[in-house]
Design a protein around this ligand. Structure first.
Ligand SMILES: [Zn+2]
Length: 448
């Protein structure tokens, strides 16, 4: 009998809990708000046009460039027109690397001019360029084994594509490894799964203790060509010419704009992307879309008269690509301000598939309750796990939860850091879905 009483008691407690959770859900019924957000985001044409305008009119936005400063000035004015408050520039000193003219030419066994991109931070070649034989290697192990052959040559890394991270290792650190082996310059197969004669740039690093040599990206096709020639016993000879230089740091800025919270305005939900880009394309996917989608998600809530409890702050972080000075400066400038969430979108603008969260499990469970609302936008899951290059410094310093949206970005590295990262690669509908997902996620989270 006792056993039955215990079972009945347990069932009563369980049903009580269930009822409590149900009422919690009822208290937070975002059904109607979700529909309004999604409908408005999907019908909108102005946010995509802003992204397109910025990419077309201001072009690429490399740190230190006039293009970047002009885009920042435009954003300040546009945010004000959008009705955001406390809009302004927050000063950040950024590095100023300039590409200049550059070229590489195959000299032996035939003559041909080839596409290339010098890597961000690289030094120039001497005025007459560097003319040398090539040593192609597939790995660092091969470079070490053949180090005696590398002296006085241009080392070319023709590694096998195994994802972005592994390829980027050769881009970021390859010049140091090649210089240690005695090479006079280094080049690498672009960090991309696909060629089409499209070189991809990005940042690279030197070490004070190792001689600095010029470092550049070439196309997949040309890296494979040099490999085939070498495999046939033909040693290719090339001429590399680069004018790249690093000028003194330049004053730039993070740009911020806010929607004031109604109940807890002191607490900040910060969301944004990085406004700087590499200089080959126009930084449409990386990360113009991340900037405009987050800023316009905030504007969408404002336009709909949906009032968040906490203050929502759009942040256009500067200099993610070659320094993360904007993200670091934001953490310094706002260290005393309570932040409820740091949201970053920098993973390519494709159909959203995930709302990722890194923070207390209880708040993850809370967000998971509303997964069905995101399913109205697309096949979107609420999942554990988020990251932030720009949002990271503040998140780590003040122990603030992080959030991202993930996208179906299988094609991202076709465009990323290359001349093909232009607005025509972004699907308008996918962009609007990203805006809807961000607006819904930050509204629900800011309402906790
Ligand atoms: Zn990026």
């Amino acid at each position: 009998m006792k056993k039955y009483i215990l079972v009945i008691a347990a069932l009563l407690i369980a049903s009580n809990l269930q009822a409590q959770m149900e009422s919690e859900k009822l208290d937070h019924n975002y059904d109607e708000i979700a529909n309004r957000i999604i409908e408005a985001a999907m019908a909108d044409t102005t946010a995509f046009e802003s992204l397109s305008y910025m990419c077309d009119v201001f072009g690429p936005r490399l740190s230190g460039s006039d293009n970047l400063e002009n885009a920042l000035d435009w954003i300040v004015e546009e945010m004000k027109k959008d009705g955001l408050i406390n809009v302004g520039r927050e000063p950040v000193m950024v590095p100023h690397w300039v590409r200049g003219n550059e070229s590489w030419t195959l000299i032996f066994p035939r003559t041909a001019n080839m596409p290339m991109l010098g890597l961000g931070g690289s030094i120039a070649t001497p005025k007459d360029g560097i003319t040398a034989e090539v040593l192609v290697v597939k790995s660092l192990e091969e470079l070490r084994e053949r180090a005696s052959e590398a002296k006085g040559k241009i080392v070319v890394y023709n590694y096998e594509w195994q994802g972005y991270g592994k390829g980027a290792r050769f881009r970021v650190h390859g010049a140091k490894d090649a210089a240690q082996a005695g090479a006079v310059a280094s080049m690498l197969r672009s960090v991309s799964p696909i060629g089409m004669q499209n070189p991809h740039g990005g940042m690279m690093l030197y070490a004070d203790s190792i001689p600095k040599i010029p470092h550049a990206a070439i196309t997949l096709e040309d890296a494979a060509l040099l490999q085939r020639l070498q495999d046939r016993g033909i040693t290719p000879k090339i001429r590399l010419y680069m004018e790249a230089e690093t000028l003194p740091d330049r004053l730039s800025a993070n740009v911020v704009g806010e929607i004031r919270g109604t109940e807890i305005p002191k607490e900040i939900v910060a969301l944004g992307g990085h406004i700087d880009s590499w200089d080959a394309g126009t930084g449409a996917h990386d990360d113009g879309a991340g900037c405009i989608a987050t800023w316009k998600a905030a504007k969408l809530l404002h336009d709909l008269g949906i009032k968040p409890k906490r203050t929502i702050r759009a942040v256009m972080w500067v200099n993610e690509e070659n320094g993360v000075r904007g993200g670091k400066q934001y953490a310094i400038d706002h260290k005393d301000e309570p932040h409820h969430l740091m949201f970053e979108f920098d993973s390519g603008c494709f159909a959203p598939t995930k709302v990722g969260y890194k923070g207390p499990d209880s708040l993850l469970y809370y967000m998971e309750q509303f997964e069905h609302l995101f399913k109205r936008i697309g096949d979107i899951e609420v999942k554990k796990g988020a990251w932030g290059v720009d949002a990271g410094p503040m998140a780590r310093q003040n122990n603030v939860p992080l959030m991202n949206i993930g996208t179906a970005n299988d094609d991202y590295f076709w465009y990323h850091h290359g001349p093909s990262d232009t607005i025509d690669k972004i699907d308008r509908k996918d962009f609007n879905k990203c805006v809807a997902t961000i607006a819904l996620a930050i509204y629900i989270y800011s309402d906790i």
